[in-house]
Design a protein around this ligand. Sequence first.
Ligand code: ADP
Ligand code: MG
Length: 228
Amino acid sequence: MNEAHLVLRDVHRHYGEGDKLVRVLEAANLTVLSGELVALVAPSGAGKSTLLHLSGLLESPQSGEIEIIGTKTSKLGDRGRTQLRRSTVGYVYQFHHLLPEFTALENVSMPQLIAGKSQQEADIRSLELLEILGVAPRASHRPAELSGGEQQRIAIARAAANRPRVILADEPTGNLDPETSDLVFEALKTLIKEEGAAALIATHNHDLARRADRIVTLKGGLVVDHDL
Ligand code: ADP
Ligand code: MG
């Protein structure tokens, strides 16, 4: 059975006030199930990053509820939010932010060591992820020795290292050519299906979005279904 890993209920988020007021989300509702990959397609400035930040507990809505694997977050304190984020959410950005002095494998093992795993456990998990994402032969390469698509797949592996139940990706292929974007997106999809995480991917690439299970967009502060 596919459970709801990420639920947004009537989420409201604005910035500023007076003549600087920007209403981004008015009553955003969204559910992403385990093993589901949802593409969020909307123009620049529409609020994609805001929606992802809220979903990843990096910022808070002014009202509404965000639920991650059944935990309501509106009443959690800072420490509770941080703990829930660390144990359940993986983030992928447009730029990979891999550590340049470390190999691909080390970059993926690092967050696991920080979480208290042994080196051996961490490395086994990292290799498993590199395998799923098709970059195992690059395990001992440093970021500068990798192509853009390989770097981004390593960044996805790193985000997935501690088995997050929710993976949020903000324009993860924004920096890649179309063919490489397809490859990276498919790798991410394989991972989501294999690990049963829920994925929300912000992109303005329509062709890519068609490969998702479902496409949503933002209109008048609402999340609405979208067909391409
Ligand atoms: P997208 O990712 O779709 O390009 P964003 O979520 O980054 O859109 O931004 C949505 C709107 O909210 C924009 O008009 C942006 O200027 C505004 N915004 C985002 N973050 C802030 C902030 N921290 N302070 C003020 N305005 C913000
Ligand atoms: Mg953005």
